[in-house]
Design a protein around this ligand. Structure first.
Ligand code: ADP
Length: 213
């Protein structure tokens, strides 16, 4: 019995792959008259759930629909916005000392750094420890000098939690900033407004909830 609910677009992708395999994402996008970027979330879900196989430089193959996987069925309906927490954001000028205090007060492991409402960096517990062990003047050093800069791994709230979990595992990080993209005032670059945080704790809580239900 097949339980997983594919969206209508995912079903269309499966049909296209079945008919034309091996097929690249570029070609799938052409058949659906959408961009490759727009297809990425669906292709991620279909490969993560084992419906499709992606072979580098060859393309996508159809493997088969997953059978009777209730966990997968439930998870495939849960979006980032359903489990995300509030983000803790400081500005680049905040001192390392104040950032450490914020980390304790807010009880988080990672702090996001923004500049004029645009995500500019990430600072983790170990980043802060490293700078202190390295002897920086915590009261003077701005966090902008020690943070991890772009490219920052992000996620949007409408994406599936499996995509978030996969990004956390693949990039060996503890959390992802949930962002809303917009053009800046001059329309010359994309602005990343941080609206949430999804961490290993959110995913673990979800796992426990799913096991209880
Ligand atoms: P810790 O460093 O405390 O183990 P992480 O594993 O989350 O915490 O972070 C590892 C490194 O990756 C750190 O240098 C951190 O700044 C960086 N990092 C954390 N999250 C992200 C992210 N979403 N995008 C890019 N880099 C990140």
């Amino acid at each position: 019995m097949i339980i997983i609910q594919l969206t209508s677009r995912q079903k269309k992708i499966v049909d296209i792959v079945k008919e034309h395999q091996p097929i690249t994402s570029e070609h799938i996008a052409k058949y659906l008259t959408v961009t490759r970027a727009a297809l990425r979330p669906d292709l991620s879900i279909l490969t993560m759930t084992g419906v499709l196989d992606a072979r580098p430089k060859v393309g996508y193959f159809y493997l088969g629909l997953p059978k009777n996987n209730q966990l997968l069925e439930e998870v495939s309906t849960i979006k980032v916005k359903d489990i995300m927490s509030l983000p803790i954001v400081v500005t680049e000028e905040t001192t390392v000392y104040d950032t450490i205090v914020t980390l304790f007060l807010e009880d988080v492991g990672t702090i996001y750094v923004s500049s004029a409402g645009d995500l500019s960096g990430v600072v983790s517990r170990k980043d802060l420890l490293k700078s202190v062990i390295g002897g920086v003047d915590m009261n003077k050093m701005p966090v902008g000098m020690i943070m991890t800069r772009k490219p920052i791994i992000t996620i949007t709230q409408e994406e599936n939690v499996m995509i978030a979990a996969n990004k956390i595992i693949e990039n060996e990080i503890d959390s992802l900033p949930v962002v809303e993209l917009s053009d800046d005032d001059n329309k010359t670059k994309t602005k990343y407004n941080v609206i949430g945080r999804i961490s290993k704790s959110n995913i673990t809580k979800l796992f426990v909830e799913l096991c209880k239900s």
